[in-house]
Design a protein around this ligand. Structure first.
Ligand code: C2E
Ligand code: MG
Ligand code: MG
Ligand code: MG
Length: 284
């Protein structure tokens, strides 16, 4: 009896593993053609400046419009990208489409910067640096409208190499933000040597208020010390918004103002957000 049960359990287990492996293989195959089929798209999430009451920038976030599984988030496909080398295709796509979008918005008179997530692999890639330099020479493109988000873990690499690359990027006119700050274990000894203009306060802090308040204050203070500003991520309610504002963080990104949206919805989102802030201000 116990033997039979054991065998059944085992076959259930292997069936499950087989199913997961199969799904993964399918994801891999489909992902390879997803770029060509136009299923990978960029969404943008507005970032709001509380002092001016305006949408000042938007973060570009990759999405996969899967024909059968619907809208897929990075968590569903970035891991597969990284393990299969498809991350190169994604990185390339996001940079080219992101820069094209910046040109389009400028032409349309939309004064909103774009923030691009740079993968650790991409940061160290010479092709990426050449592409940045090439775009910077385009007269219709303003590098200052692009912020490159690097993760704290990237700062932990060879200090001189990192500093050199960051300097090249800022010399070309791009701005640098540190994403996921405070969630890694990098050596912060050299942070004041890096040309960082923004520190993003991770969702893991803003969603754990009030416990995280001392750390948020510390990040705000550190940013001020190195001449950077902060952006609070993952803000979903008024309470979190007011806490961040009191601490001195004036830029807010989160579902409270807008979830990530298709790029074609940006004008409507800006109108709605700025009207909402104006109304709140006049009600005070
Ligand atoms: P991230 O750069 O820290 O992006 C912020 C994430 O927080 C986004 O998740 C966004 O949708 C989510 N978020 C924003 N506001 C809220 C909120 O109020 N509540 C909640 N619960 N979540 C909020 P998303 O789009 O799933 O992206 C996850 C991560 O995937 C990003 O984290 C980034 O590290 C990576 N990623 C996304 N797009 C790209 C890309 O094009 N290239 C690279 N290399 N990485 C990307
Ligand atoms: Mg980011
Ligand atoms: Mg982030
Ligand atoms: Mg994050």
């Amino acid at each position: 009896e116990s033997k039979r049960l054991g065998r059944n359990r085992w076959s259930l287990f292997t069936d499950d593993m087989g199913r997961i492996a199969g799904e993964r293989l399918r994801t891999e195959e489909e992902l390879a053609s997803a770029f060509r089929l136009g299923e990978i798209v960029l969404h943008v999430q507005p970032c709001v400046d509380l002092v001016s009451g305006q949408v000042v920038s938007a973060e570009v976030l990759a999405r996969w419009l899967h024909p059968k599984r619907g809208l897929l988030l990075p968590v569903d496909f970035i891991g597969v990208c990284e393990e299969t080398g498809l991350i190169e295709a994604l990185d390339h796509f996001v940079l080219e489409q992101g820069c094209a979008l910046a040109k389009l918005w400028k032409k349309a008179g939309l004064n909103i910067g774009l923030s691009l997530n740079v993968s650790p692999r991409q940061f160290l890639d010479d092709g990426f640096m050449s592409a940045l330099a090439l775009h910077a020479r385009d007269p219709d493109f303003v590098p200052g409208s692009i912020q490159l988000e690097i993760t704290e873990s990237v700062l932990a690499e060879d200090q001189d190499q990192v500093a050199g690359r960051l300097r090249k990027m800022t010399t070309l006119g791009y701005r640098i933000a540190v994403d996921d700050f405070g969630t890694g274990y990098s050596n912060l000894a050299y942070i004041s040597k890096f040309p960082i203009s923004c520190i993003k306060i991770d969702k893991s802090f803003t969603e754990t208020i009030p416990d995280s308040v001392p750390v948020i204050r510390l990040i705000q203070r550190l940013a001020e010390e190195i001449g950077a500003h902060t952006v609070a991520e993952g803000i979903e309610d008024t309470a979190a918004l007011e806490t961040l504002s009191q601490i001195g963080c004036r830029q807010i990104q989160g579902n409270y103002f807008s979830a990530p949206i298709p790029v074609t919805d940006i004008r409507e989102a800006v109108r709605r957000i700025e009207r909402r802030i104006a109304t709140a201000a006049s009600g005070r």
